[in-house]
Design a protein around this ligand. Structure first.
Ligand code: ZN
Ligand code: ZN
Ligand code: ZN
Ligand code: ZN
Ligand code: ZN
Ligand code: ZN
Ligand code: ZN
Length: 541
């Protein structure tokens, strides 16, 4: 019933926003000084709400009322339409436009008569025969549905009870092959008298249909469950949301937030990482030895320029020896974000695949680990520094507000995750061994160019993230120099702006340049500099 294949899927559209709203958003963003003028504006936050057991019926009523008012139909007909179209109101309009009212209604199991007015319709006489039990009844003991079929109330009641007991969410008429959905008011009334338990169960079905047959509502995947469902607006299925319980997740697949990696790739990656031999993953994750003295090295900060006890500097990502210079550009003279298939012909395929996997896995893991350290260790340190600055610089209005530190730190965390996940995307996009990710033969020529573009953005993001990480890790003495603070503030704000722009470019490059090359189209959530959209608790307002 819900498999109406003419219902179109949600489309991803960067530019669908209301202009006014976009302008407002732009002004807000400007005030925060976070966007460059030529940066594509992030979409407005998704219209998302958290629904609880208590607010469920109100949320549902809102949709029902809208359809009842606009189409001038009774509640059970509005519900039948909405269930048929998986609660997508825009889909109902689309059908009305293309097929007209009669056909749209008929397909959803609705037959409308001109003059029902609650009175039994078309009954032949004051006394009628029920076509189920064949007994004779006065019209008062008979109920008629909108299709014109009438049966005695006892037979209806048994029918309703049987439907509820077998778990049917929509109860149809008893007429032979009649598709009409029964008036829920009649169902409730008849059941309540005879079978109150079944009546309550039917009520619950009506509520639950809003959650189960609804492409715009999903349970929060929290464990233990927080009791909320999240509703997003039409066309916002590919969005990352944060439940008021604090859990952020991908609305489309219910996994933890994973953009800019598409759902399908993320899912394959999780399966792959869990399935890969423990040893491989352990070795990848934990061993780095110094390229000079070969002693094991432990990394304890977010920065990826590591120095061994012997004095040798190395890049944590590739383990290669580097210089110690790390000023304004990652590790000076070192770049290793691209996978270079060296000795391509000599190594056999299996070896190459493992080598390739380790390249991407390493970077995925390293940035993930950096994120954890920057969150768990750097976070509290930054908070401390904010307090220190605000206490010390109270007489200097320009420096007193140290919120730039918090802002920059948040930008660092966010872009660290983008970086980490971008390697999962790259693993599958640029030749992952899985044939779920195939490019159109006619587009294969465009892939290297788009790949180059992506890797340039990724490299720039990587070096700027490292710069920001290093900057934020710089401690001040007990009495910070005003000049130092002023300089760091300027630099941190610039870097935060740069990493944000680069993240936006990576998302755009993936969505506009790379994913269209795939045979099976994929969609990613829009870039949100502040992380997943926060769902607000739904109220009557
Ligand atoms: Zn009967
Ligand atoms: Zn009927
Ligand atoms: Zn939750
Ligand atoms: Zn997803
Ligand atoms: Zn060493
Ligand atoms: Zn570094
Ligand atoms: Zn390296």
């Amino acid at each position: 019933m819900a498999s109406d294949d003419e219902c179109y899927d949600y489309e991803y559209d960067y530019d669908e926003d209301d202009d006014d709203e976009q302008e407002e958003e732009a002004m807000e963003a400007d005030e925060e000084g976070l966007f460059e003028d030529d940066t594509p504006m992030p979409d407005r936050p998704a219209d998302c709400w958290a629904i609880t057991q208590e607010s469920l019926s109100i949320a549902q009523q809102q949709d029902l009322s809208m359809v009842m008012t606009l189409l001038n139909v009774k509640q059970h007909n509005a519900r039948a339409l909405l269930i048929h179209h998986r609660w997508k109101i825009d889909c109902i309009y689309d059908h009305l436009d293309r097929k007209g009212r009669d056909r749209t209604f008929r397909e959803a199991g609705i037959v409308l008569h001109e003059n029902i007015n609650g009175k039994p319709l078309g009954l032949p006489s004051r006394v009628v025969n029920c076509m189920v039990c064949f007994d004779e009844f006065s019209v008062g003991a008979v109920s008629t549905m909108e299709c014109g079929h009438y049966f005695c109330n006892d037979c209806w009641t048994e029918h309703f009870k049987a439907c509820v007991e077998s778990g049917k969410k929509q109860i149809r008429c008893m007429g032979v092959k009649c598709p009409v959905v029964c008036d829920e008011a009649v169902v409730q009334q008849l059941l309540a008298g005879e079978y109150p338990d079944a009546a309550r169960r039917f009520d619950r079905f009506l509520l639950e249909s809003y959650l189960e047959n609804n492409d715009s509502v999903k349970w929060c995947p929290s464990v233990p469950h927080c009791g909320r469902a999240i509703r997003v607006g039409a066309g916002e299925r590919y969005t990352e949301v944060e439940c008021p319980c604090g859990l952020g997740f991908c609305f489309a697949c219910a996994a933890g937030a994973h953009s800019p990696c598409p759902c399908t790739m993320w899912d394959m990656w999780e399966v792959k990482c869990n399935g890969e031999s423990e040893t491989v993953n352990w070795i990848l994750a934990n061993t780095k030895s110094c390229p000079k003295c070969f002693n094991p090295i432990v990394k304890d900060g977010g920065c990826n320029l590591v120095t061994c006890k012997c004095g040798q500097h190395l890049c944590w990502k590739c383990g290669g020896a580097t210089g110690g210079a790390h000023d304004w550009d990652s590790i000076v003279g070192h770049s290793c974000n691209r996978f270079v298939g060296e000795e391509k012909k000599k190594v056999d395929n299996a070896k190459r695949n493992l080598h390739r996997y380790t390249h991407y896995y390493d970077r995925f893991k390293i940035h993930g680990d950096s994120h954890k350290l920057e969150h768990d260790k750097l976070g509290p340190a930054v908070d401390e520094r904010v307090k220190l600055l605000e206490a010390l610089l109270q007489d200097q209005p320009l420096l007193h507000d140290a919120s730039w530190l918090t802002e920059a730190h948040r930008g660092l965390l966010q872009s660290r995750q983008v970086l980490s996940r971008s390697y999962v995307f790259a693993y599958y996009m640029f030749g992952g061994d899985d044939d779920k990710v195939r490019t159109w033969p006619k587009h294969r020529g465009s892939l290297p160019i788009a790949q180059g573009l992506f890797e340039n953005y990724q490299e720039e993001l990587e070096s700027n993230v490292e710069r920001l990480s290093k900057l934020l890790a710089t401690e001040y003495g007990p009495v910070p120099e005003e000049e130092d603070v002023r300089r760091d503030k300027q630099n941190a704000m610039n870097l935060a702006k740069i990493v944000q722009t680069r993240c936006g470019e990576i998302y755009k490059c993936i969505q506009d340049e790379l994913l269209p090359l795939l045979l099976d189209p994929m969609i990613i959530a829009a870039y949100r500099p502040r992380g997943p959209d926060k769902a607000k608790d739904f109220t009557t307002a």
